[in-house]
Design a protein around this ligand. Structure first.
Ligand code: HSE
Length: 437
């Protein structure tokens, strides 16, 4: 029986999941590949910790390079994370003729094209299914299943931490800070949650999706990224009163030759399927011009779901090796020579419906001042709602706009914020009406 040898770099939560699957699924894997996969070595600085899996101590080394340079090893799995050492090790692996599988979204979002080109140059496979959406087969779906489609739009809930926090605020009307504290206490949120709550982790995943969907060399800095830390129970309550839910969405669309690629809290109709995806679950809807809408939903993180995605890449590579067909699948679905640089639409050019909440003094003439400024900037209002009555004190004033250009909305809000009768920064949330805007 043919055998392929695997080296794992980084034996934290996800790495341990991969090791567990490789050790426990031997028979199933062999039946599926027609070859054996052998776990040959594991590099981690902590060689002694009990990982809850019976791992032969002899497999461990602290030296990742030793694993990469082991001539018997065919496939390197990188689960170290970060963008420095992981990058060096992936490059070293590719230079030494090893196929690579990684879950490293931060690295791929900034250096993907460089790493993919290096793999291509060396005639090697680089798998990254686990980089987006945990167990959901987002990469395979875009690259393979939808290869005959133009991708019209993608909308995804791609961060379990944010979805857990927003679901909790919605269920319990607690503050953002309380919801975050509880998510941290339960282990759903990191001690330093910045990457998650500021939308950066979601944007890393969106950068990878955009590259795959359109065959473009994305500059991460061109994506618009806004997190959820300003979302209050009041906004969630207003959203629900008007039939919406607030979700942190990654959105991408092709509009007149440019790509909308943005991450921000978004109001979506309660009838939209993404509205009912709560807690740590991830989900994504992809609209192809031939397929129409397609939905994937599942665990976006966690040991075994992420390990499952990594193992699927390992199995793909082993199958390619069995059939001498390495490189059959272009990494980004498009041939390397066909990758273009398609412009990303600046957020100021976005045309959307908006929810705007002002905190304004309750006195005659305030509404007309505010709506007058919006009107001067060409913004037409769909509805206006004042909540509560507190003479000469501040009350929330909620407005829903018709389609408006974001540049105009921002200019109007900057002017309105300077009015004496407006007490706080206005809250602006974009509304996404699938099949609408
Ligand atoms: N921290 C991410 C989440 C998982 O909360 O979904 C890894 O991208």
């Amino acid at each position: 029986m043919k055998t392929f040898h695997i080296g794992v770099l980084g034996c934290g939560t996800v790495g341990t999941g991969v090791v567990k699957l490789l050790l426990e699924r031997g028979e199933l894997i062999t039946r599926r590949i027609g070859a054996d996969l052998i776990l040959k070595a594991i590099a981690d600085i902590d060689m002694d910790r009990d990982r809850g899996v019976a791992i032969d101590k002899a497999l461990f080394t602290r030296d990742a390079r030793q694993v990469i340079l082991d001539p018997e090893i065919d496939i390197i799995v990188e689960t170290i994370g970060g963008t420095t050492i992981a990058k060096e090790l992936i490059l070293l692996a590719l230079q030494n003729g090893k196929h690579v599988v990684t879950a490293n979204k931060a690295l791929l979002a900034s250096e993907g094209i460089r790493l993919f080109s290096k793999a291509w140059e060396h005639g090697l496979d680089l798998g990254f299914e686990a980089s987006v959406g945990g167990c959901m087969p987002v990469i395979k779906t875009l690259r393979e299943s939808l290869a005959g489609n133009a991708i019209l739009s993608v909308r995804g809930i791609l961060n379990g931490t944010c979805n857990t926090i927003l679901s909790k605020i919605s269920d319990e009307r607690c503050s953002f800070a309380e919801a975050l504290r509880e998510a941290q206490a339960k282990g759903f949120a990191e001690a330093d949650p910045t990457l998650d709550i500021e939308g950066i982790d979601t944007a890393h995943k969106l950068a990878i999706i955009v590259a795959l969907a359109y065959g473009t060399d994305v500059r991460f800095g061109d994506l618009y990224v806004e997190g959820i830390s300003r979302i209050s129970p009041m906004d969630i309550e207003f959203a629900e009163q008007f039939g919406y839910r607030i979700k942190l969405l990654a959105i991408s669309k092709m509009v007149d030759g440019a790509i909308e690629a943005r991450v921000h809290p978004t109001m979506i109709p309660g009838s939209n399927i993404l509205s009912s995806v709560n807690g740590p679950l991830n989900a994504i809807t992809i609209t192809g011009d031939a397929t129409g809408d397609l939905l994937l939903c599942g665990a976006g993180a966690g040991m075994m779901p992420t390990a499952s995605a990594i193992l699927s890449d390992i199995i793909d590579i082993a199958r390619d090796l069995m059939n001498a067909s390495v490189g059959r699948m272009p990494t980004l679905s498009f041939q390397p020579g066909a990758i273009q640089r398609i412009p990303i639409l600046p957020i100021e050019e976005l045309v959307s419906h908006y929810y705007i909440r002002f905190s304004a003094i309750d006195q005659p003439g305030v509404l007309s001042k505010i709506s007058g400024i919006l009107g001067n900037h060409g913004i037409s209002l769909e509805s206006v709602h004042q909540k509560g009555r507190k003479s000469n004190a501040d009350v929330p004033l909620v407005m829903f706009t018709h389609l408006a250009k974001e540049r105009n909305v921002r200019e109007a809000l900057a002017e309105i914020e300077r009015l004496d009768v407006v007490c706080d920064h206005p809250m602006l949330i974009r509304i996404e009406e699938p099949n609408g805007n």
